[in-house]
Write a protein that binds this ligand. Sequence first.
Ligand SMILES: [Zn+2]
Length: 256
Amino acid sequence: MLTGTEGIVLKTQKYGDADLIVTYLTSDRGIINAFAKSPRKTRSRFGSSLEPLTHARISLWGKEQSLPRITQADIINSFRQIRDNFQDFINASKLVEMLISLIPEGIPNKRLFAFFLNILNFIKSSGQETKEALHLIAQIRLLTAIGYAPRLKGCGKCGTRSLDFYPDSGTTLCGKCASLPLAKGKPFIRINNKVIHFYTHSIEWPINISNRLKPNPETLTELSGLLDKHLTYLLSKKLRSSEFLAATTRPRPRPF
Ligand SMILES: [Zn+2]
């Protein structure tokens, strides 16, 4: 069956000598993998349409459950400017990693697609002087959109004001709740009100006016460190859980 959709290339993996497996975020099927025959040969009809971050109209052949084959990919926006700028590309790659690691495949989410496209357009068109803040805002908003944003506004258990963020819990906790068995003795990061203020506005303000937020460099550094710790915890937890799953489903060795 031939179907058409819009997709943004998240990553590609080599397959055999000349073929590729392309991971897309699509407008109507969520994250999917598709197969591209011989795109690495010179004068391939795919041209540069399979480069990471390319937004294209794609035609797929095959059953929905199996690995569909890409029969055509017409570029809508190449986002070449992002790939050509080292900092932009590194930061966009981080967003891609978050999507791939935290979103299950094949779950349609039109809003997420529109949102990610919007972020790429903002990264592409923003001036360099506001870029550092924008990259951080993009991370925060993506985490919010997929339900994994850390909570920094008050204790996550009782709401009391607190400045101690516990990466293991993904939230700030007050002294009382932090002394409960589950959080007791766990590492925390002391934040300040400027970080909370910038974080809250990053989520609440529309992204197109977020360049009016003018955080100082210390705020950016602190918040970026906090998000990295949050992500490390989220992603390693994810990895650990998938390792565990693999270990429990592995066939048992046969006795001699
Ligand atoms: Zn509390």
